[in-house]
Design a protein around this ligand. Structure first.
Ligand SMILES: CC(C)(COP(=O)(O)OP(=O)(O)OC[C@H]1O[C@@H](n2cnc3c(N)ncnc32)[C@H](O)[C@@H]1OP(=O)(O)O)[C@@H](O)C(=O)NCCC(=O)NCCS
Length: 152
């Protein structure tokens, strides 16, 4: 049975964000880094279950310029993955960006084929790669794929 959800702007930091980040990622962002994204120049959103008002996932969007946005992070709690919520959050931000005539950029680990597939479905194109951009859990490095969804 599908869960009814709503997307809500996260105007302030909440510890639930760190809980989802830590539970989901092998190399989670430090809490202070996450907290610093709840400040001027960012617009962040959460997807909540309507019934229990539980945060299921979030997206962090940096808006350094009105026409250039960057998705810094998007995470869905493990128990709720593969139910369309990640696509819903990224699609929501893409729709806002289109309305604002903004292009959307992001970087994604080369190994993260799930996320690359999601972004491709939503119209993101591969712009190139940053060599050895991400540390890995094994102490090595892997490339970032840079993607863009243009405003036109
Ligand atoms: C990447 C992530 C946000 C996707 O969220 P999600 O809610 O699970 O994804 P969705 O259910 O919306 O999937 C949309 C599409 O993406 C692709 N996809 C998502 N997860 C996938 C997986 N585990 N394997 C293969 N394809 C996958 C599929 O094409 C899927 O469409 P389909 O279900 O119709 O086949 C989620 O897996 C996550 O939080 N991962 C950990 C954090 C992360 O890697 N974030 C991205 C940082 S750049």
């Amino acid at each position: 049975m599908s869960i009814a959800t709503s997307i809500v702007e996260l105007k302030a930091w909440t510890p639930e964000v760190a809980a989802i980040e830590t539970e989901t990622n092998q190399l989670p962002w430090p809490i202070d880094t996450l907290k610093s994204c709840f400040s001027h120049g960012y617009q962040n959103f959460g997807v909540y279950s309507n019934e229990h008002k539980q945060l299921l996932g979030f997206i962090i969007v940096h808006q350094p310029m009105p026409d250039e946005w960057t998705i810094m992070n998007v995470v869905i709690s493990s128990a709720f993955q593969r139910q369309g919520f990640g696509k819903k959050l990224v699609g929501y931000v893409c729709d806002l960006a289109l309305a604002a005539n903004a292009s959307v950029f992001l970087e994604v680990r080369e190994s993260n084929q799930a996320a690359i597939e999601l972004y491709t479905q939503l119209g993101f194109k591969n712009l190139g790669r940053r060599k050895g951009y991400y540390p890995t859990a094994l102490g090595d490095h892997e490339d970032a794929i840079v993607m863009q969804r243009s405003s036109a």
